[in-house]
Write a protein that binds this ligand. Structure first.
Ligand code: JFZ
Length: 436
């Protein structure tokens, strides 16, 4: 009896380890390298652009205004972004200190913003503009040395095979009450194959929409291994608000710092070991919204970037270009201000990792080698006492002009005396050198 149960246990262990060997995803060396690049990058531009921009009411307009497919299909004929200039967009991102762009290849409306051969519902076939803007952007990114990700919606309000339907894109769309989800996923994989074949090196795929049908069979294994096979360095992330699935290369947090859940989107989200990214919009919309004038201030945006870095995460900041292809001037101005700040402080953000202390009410820390950057975002007093950092502090300076900062290490921790005239309303950065 005893022998018997041991045999069963052994058999079970063999089965489980054998099974996990089959399904366990091991990133390739190229992928590991891309992950390190991604973490070093720390700052990217998110772009939500589609035919919905014509209505100036965000990228959810089809669902929010309950526009049937037949009616929504009239929009592409009005989409003529004659002012679109890929070089200007890329230059703007670079000037803001961003290292990559993530743009919508297809949003929930199902319209492909690229030259797709597997569906006519695309920018080249259906718009008077008739150009593959993603190709133009990809070429320009390559030219100017910045990387490109594609946001791709798994959820689709247009394709009838996206069936059974999820929580959104309901009866108003006028779709038949039948469809073949596997056929839809084949179609999605075919479009992803196009994106990963015809646009040069793609930095990654940013998935979104699984939350629409939480318990559907999304065939993630198949789709993820297809992507990794086509471009091993392409990083996969998904906005499913759950802990990462096997095959993903980074974890994302929508409109929240890791571990926070102010939106209520992500009650199950735990912080994992993968590289992290936070996305947020410059105003309160993702796609162009004519009425949204609630832009964040330059201070808020810079502090968001700094906090993200302190949480060891990238900051992906969104703009929604207008239907003419231009980005709103007030958004360009904000990005310019961020760039001016970032040029001065780049060393304390790019190539750093979070820590050694986790975020506090007064601010965050970033680190690189034996340097620690204390980012004081919200503190009035001249003295700031921190817990000890594990290693002894050799020197403390104001980062910007290297003015020495008095410090004291004792049983109470590490106290810094911040010169009053060096305090900065956005971020007072103190550079600490730690003993090796
Ligand atoms: C999603 C998209 O729906 C949105 O249009 C935009 O692209 C954004 C970046 O990502 O937003 C979501 C996704 C999931 C939830 C809420 C907003 N959710 O689960 O509550």
């Amino acid at each position: 009896m005893k022998k018997h149960s041991i045999t069963i246990i052994l058999l079970f262990i063999c089965l489980v380890s054998g099974w996990s060997q089959v399904t366990k995803y091991v990133p390739t060396p190229e992928n590991e390298k891309a992950r390190a690049w991604f973490q070093d990058a720390r700052f990217g531009l998110f772009i939500h652009w589609g035919v919905y921009s014509i209505l100036g009411d965000g990228e959810w307009v089809m669902n929010n205004q309950q526009i049937p497919i037949k009616t929504y299909e009239k929009l592409p004929a009005f989409f003529n972004p004659t002012e679109f200039n890929a070089a200007e967009w890329v230059q703007m991102a670079k000037d803001a200190g961003m290292k990559y762009i993530t743009i919508t290849s297809k949003h929930h409306d199902g319209f492909a913003m690229f030259d797709s051969k597997v569906s006519d519902y695309n920018i080249v076939k259906k718009t008077p503009h008739g150009k593959d803007v993603l190709k133009m952007l990809a070429d320009e990114c390559k030219k100017q040395g910045i990387k490109l990700f594609f946001y791709h919606s798994q959820l689709d309000w247009h394709n009838p095979d996206y069936y059974p339907r999820g929580n959104t894109g309901g009866d108003y769309t006028g779709r038949p009450d039948k469809g073949d989800m596997n056929k839809y996923l084949d179609y999605m994989d075919a479009q992803l194959t196009e994106l990963l074949t015809n646009y040069g090196d793609v930095a990654g795929i940013w998935f979104d929409g699984m939350w629409d049908k939480k318990d559907a069979e999304w065939r993630l294994d198949k789709t993820y291994s297809l992507i990794h096979k086509l471009q091993p360095a392409a990083l996969i992330g998904s906005n499913h608000h759950r802990p990462p699935y096997e095959g993903e290369d980074f974890q994302m947090f929508e409109k929240d710092l890791p571990g926070h859940n102010t939106t209520g989107f992500a009650p199950e989200q735990k912080i994992g070991d993968l590289p992290k990214e936070i996305c947020e919009t410059i105003n309160h919309s993702w796609g162009f919204n004519l009425q949204d004038a609630r832009n964040k201030s330059a201070k808020e945006l810079i502090q968001y970037l700094v906090k993200a870095a302190g949480y060891d995460a990238n900051f992906l900041l969104n703009v929604g270009p207008m239907p003419n292809g231009k980005i709103q001037p007030e958004h360009i101005a904000l990005l310019k201000q961020m760039g001016e700040w970032k040029r001065l402080y780049d060393e304390t953000i790019s190539g750093t990792r979070g820590g050694p202390l986790s975020a506090r009410d007064w601010g965050v820390m970033t680190q690189k080698g034996n340097k620690v950057y204390v980012h004081i975002l919200n503190w009035k007093d001249e003295t700031l006492t921190l817990p000890k950092l594990g290693k002894k502090v050799v020197s403390a300076k104001i980062f910007l002009d290297k003015t020495p900062v008095k410090f004291l290490e004792n049983d109470f921790g590490l106290s810094l005396k911040i010169p009053k005239d060096k305090m900065n309303d956005i971020d007072t950065v103190i550079e600490l050198e730690l003993k090796n």
